[in-house]
Design a protein around this ligand. Sequence first.
Ligand SMILES: [Zn+2]
Length: 168
Amino acid sequence: MLKPIRNSIQCKKCGEIISSFSTHDFKYCSCHSVAVDGGFDYMRVTGSPVDYTDLSIFEDKDGVIGTINEVNEFVLIDTLTLVKNNYEHLFLEFFKQYNATYDFNGSLDFAELQVGIENMSVITENEISIPVEKFISLFNEIFLTENDYYQPADIFLAFRNRIIYASK
Ligand SMILES: [Zn+2]
């Protein structure tokens, strides 16, 4: 069973990128040729496959991150490439929101995660390329193994998925 981390397509007629963010979040593109639904539970596309580019990302039951190719096979992704500013923004926003909601000072671990990711990645002026497997194990090492401390775990998983979501 594949779970969407990014439930998105781009319409080839109008060019709009549409994304579904929750189970019944049914979204049409502006020319109404294609639509997506299912959020992070399942992906359902309305319209002809010739009319859209699939931008979805999935996680399988073993935690492998991948995409679906033209012949409907699950293909693993080995690198996430993000715009550097977006990547930095995600960390800043998450840290602010988490502290505001849970009144918890996890700045050292957030900094450790951020530096850890940067150390394993290839960084250019505008982009950061993160190896997925190392990223996931680092993330789990910091947050999921100390799950008494880092609660609720869903919040951290959602943050991890937001980084995956932001990749190109
Ligand atoms: Zn369209």
